[in-house]
Design a protein around this ligand. Structure first.
Ligand code: ADP
Ligand code: GLC
Length: 492
């Protein structure tokens, strides 16, 4: 199949969270399965020009796209992912993508990503490449189905394209004042947008994508159910219920090429289920680096997260301090996000300098070292479409303590001490008490070393590889193309 993926993030080039991991891993795995895959994302100024060999795509040089009153110039660059035959395409438009971050609060934020949709489609045209599937992700690329049906409707090359929109996070919808429509060149296409939004003088990118994409997916089966309820739908639940026959939940996979303790170059000591001695040594090294005292009896609790309400940071902040006084444990936090949460962890570190470490920044290396050096990994999320770190944790023999929501519920099985089955500790209710109850269960089990060992091995034996998960995307794409083929045969 010819599959075009368009995304705001693609690891390792441009990543804020799991969207970056998802995009590259899906593209790479589809490509390894023999499909013709092209991945498009912006050439942000933050991408290190020396990190890869970037070359110009001959047919994509000095192109222009008129959007409203403005004429934007861009060129297409390409590079390969190391160790893969997948070619990725970067949309080089300095005017829009040379900014301090991937996402901004600048006045042209809507245009930055509306433009990405158009540049990807223009690039397909210029390369005379006719994708069968265009796979969009989150609000940033959710207008693509509308552009396809309007500005590109004339082009036979794109006439049979089917669109998929994956909802990684319905908490971010791309809502802008309706005045952006003319800058997006969609001012005369109002029928594609929700009436109620237009009456309120706004447009909602994600909602528009949900209305017009041929198929919708989200990143776990449980979350596909959740977003159809008012509690989790963030105002989109009724629309998602109306389109539920088009909505599938597919759990994300893990790139075990990157996240494997036996081969991980970012951790000091490699280890595997057969020989776990390296894990304890990673714990000691991690604590040493963070200036925390090492004690094999004192469990290390790891957190690697965007520090936003979604991740249950309030719960952590409310619950964990009560544990720090009576218990000898270590809390190691890596993250950036809302200043109030950053301040909170900074304060916790000041209060418990020998128990709490907070690295306020983004560090791939430290993320790997925390996965390898922690005993438990905390993800008390308010909502979690999939979540990747709990799956990385399982692979590293680091036991996840998670709220039973979305992909966390789908990837962590409750530890059953009698049967010796299960991979982690779950709690249902979003409350401090429920988190603490789960943490106490986990900490009690930690003291029972044979049980803990079994629990670690259970987790390390799980397989969430993309090669498995990608089959569900292939099946979905095939279904879309087959339905189309069947329709055209019956029309003939
Ligand atoms: P989300 O996409 O909602 O942030 P996921 O669990 O799907 O949550 O993915 C988060 C990804 O981002 C993981 O690969 C995680 O290791 C990484 N990550 C998050 N914060 C940081 C950070 N401060 N430093 C390094 N990696 C981070
Ligand atoms: C989103 C979600 C996260 C998911 C990731 C990749 O950022 O918050 O749960 O794992 O996308 O799909």
């Amino acid at each position: 199949m010819r599959i075009c993926l368009v995304s705001a993030e693609a690891a390792p080039f441009a990543k804020v969270g799991g969207l970056g991991d998802f995009t590259t891993a899906l593209a790479q795995t589809l490509s390894q399965s023999g499909h013709d895959v092209r991945l498009f994302f912006p050439f942000y100024s933050g991408i290190d020009r020396r990190s890869h060999d970037f070359g110009p795509v001959d047919s994509l040089q000095d192109l222009e796209i008129q959007m409203g009153e403005r004429l934007y110039r861009f060129s297409g660059m390409y590079t390969w992912l190391s160790g893969s035959s997948l070619q990725v395409y970067l949309i080089d438009c300095p005017e829009l993508y040379h900014r301090p971050g991937i996402y901004t609060e600048d006045a042209d934020e809507a245009v930055r990503f509306g433009f990405l949709c158009r540049a990807a489609l223009d690039s397909c045209q210029r390369m005379e490449w006719s994708p069968e599937i265009v796979h969009c992700n989150d609000w940033h690329t959710a207008l693509l189905p509308v552009y396809l049906r309007t500005h590109y409707a004339w082009d036979e090359l794109l006439a049979d394209v089917k669109t998929v929109l994956t909802l990684h996070n319905v908490g971010y919808q791309g809502v802008f004042g309706a005045e952006v429509l003319s800058a997006l060149d969609l001012g005369d296409r109002l029928s594609y947008f929700d009436d109620e939004d237009l009456r309120a003088d706004r447009v909602n990118f994600l909602k528009t994508g949900i209305l017009h994409a041929d198929r919708l997916t989200t990143v776990s089966p449980t979350h596909a159910e959740e977003i159809q309820t008012p509690e989790y739908g963030m105002g989109l639940d009724s629309l998602l219920r109306a389109r539920s026959d088009r909505l599938t939940g597919i759990l994300n996979g893990v790139d075990y090429g990157e996240w494997n303790p036996a081969t991980d170059p970012l951790i000091p000591f490699n280890y595997s289920a057969e020989d776990l001695t390296g894990k304890e040594r990673n714990k000691r090294a991690l604590l040493q680096d963070l200036s925390l005292p090492y004690d094999p009896q004192a469990p290390v609790l790891g957190v690697v997260s965007r520090l936003v309400p979604q991740k249950g940071i309030q719960l952590l902040a409310a619950g964990v301090p009560g544990l720090l006084d009576p218990l000898d444990l270590r809390l190691v936090v890596l993250g950036t996000g809302e200043p109030r949460f950053e301040a909170l962890f900074r304060l916790l570190h000041q209060q418990y300098p020998r128990k709490v470490s907070f690295y306020n920044g983004y560090s791939d290396e430290l993320a790997h070292r925390i996965e390898a050096g922690s005993d438990l990994f905390l993800m008390p999320s308010l909502y979690e479409p999939c979540g990747l770190n709990q799956m990385y944790s399982l692979q590293y023999g680091t036991v996840p303590v998670v709220r039973a929501t979305g992909g966390l519920a789908d990837s962590v099985q409750p530890w059953d001490p009698k049967a010796g089955t299960g991979t982690g500790f779950l709690f249902e209710e979003y409350s401090e008490e429920a988190l603490l109850e789960a943490l106490h269960r986990a900490l009690n089990t930690f003291r029972d070393q044979p049980a803990w060992h079994q629990l670690m091995l259970n987790g390390m034996g799980q397989d969430f590889s993309w090669t498995k998960q990608v089959k569900e995307y292939e099946a979905l794409y095939r279904l879309m193309l087959k339905v189309d083929e069947a329709r055209s045969l019956s029309e003939d």
